[in-house]
Design a protein around this ligand. Sequence first.
Ligand code: NAD
Ligand code: IPM
Ligand code: MN
Length: 363
Amino acid sequence: MQKKIAVLPGDGIGTEVTRGAVEILKAVADRYGHDFQFEYGLIGGTAIDQTGNPLPEDTISLCKDSDAVLLGAVGGPKWDSNPSHLRPEKGLLGIRKQLNLYANLRPISFYASLSEASPLRKEIIQDADFMIVRELTGGLYFGKPSGRTMESGQETVVDTLLYHRYEIKRIIELAFSLAEQRRGKVTSVDKANVLESSKLWREVAEEVSKDYPNVALEHMLVDNAAMQLIRNPRQFDVVVTENMFGDILSDEASVLTGSLGMLPSASISSKGPNLYEPIHGSAPDIAGQNKANPIAAILSAASMLRNSFGLEQEAQAVEAAVEAVLEAGFRTADLSGSGTNTLSTEQMAEEIKISMLGHEAIT
Ligand code: NAD
Ligand code: IPM
Ligand code: MN
């Protein structure tokens, strides 16, 4: 199979973890006889430094001409005091909008070998397995007006939480169709006791649920959901929510797996190309030290193999290799504990590659 993959490493550990994920994709191509072409593009702070623009036109056309996009992370203290339009994060929001990536799928699963890495007790996190379906191109991140003005001599700021009905409907429909293939439960998270946007969200969820008789719908207020996620995560199957709630709840959910460095994501549109990225950021506190966990990026690459290329066997081989390496006691610093072997970013990617190739060679 021949595929063109746009690679946008971005900033900080984005470049380090993306290198690991590309290594794994190359190994998959070699092992299974595929031809993956990698083309690199600039995004975020690195793009600002080199072109004055967090999302250069070349990057947009590269992504649109590719079969899938692999992204690292953007941002860092160097650009934190830039004006809004010159922030690295604008590049990320821009590419999501340009590619119409309205849904961000963030799966959370329990790794038995990592049960000691989570601050939560094993009985709580054991067998947790759910999917956060985060709306990605609407809500507070994109609503207008947004900005700072002077009103009656006072600095005044506004952000707008705006949704059109069709935007709510398509993300909730996606959540239901995923739940149909999973355990048949959708938890729609909102703040319908306060927000107009959430009231419409709830109405639409009720309407959509009529088309899915085999899926149970429950509504949950976001503050309660934040608590339930760590009190009893096993109650969740598919969680669907608006952009910012999904952002916050998914970082929280990463604690179940032991590290933010474990959670991959797939950002999808109705016609592709889709974009795959870890949920974590550029981690300025550990950037440049070759100690970031590349697993979220590598699992994002596995998701690309499955969801963009239909390569289920290859995706499973990568996922199985990640599991085997963790079971063997290999850890990056974020996960390390007693009796484990602490590896650098590069060494972790290499171990996963060796495990994948070794396993495949004997089957
Ligand atoms: P962050 O996700 O970068 O880091 C939070 C904490 O988790 C840090 O202690 C970090 O060291 C740790 N961490 C994150 N990923 C890790 C990994 N793979 N391995 C080991 N440890 C890991 O969040 P932050 O510090 O709040 O934000 C830093 C910058 O990243 C900001 O500029 C922010 O805007 C940006 N950001 C970008 C994305 C993205 O590009 N998708 C996502 C989140 C944050
Ligand atoms: C993420 C990040 C981004 C978001 C930021 C960097 C704009 O936190 O991908 O989760 O909030 O969507
Ligand atoms: Mn986030």
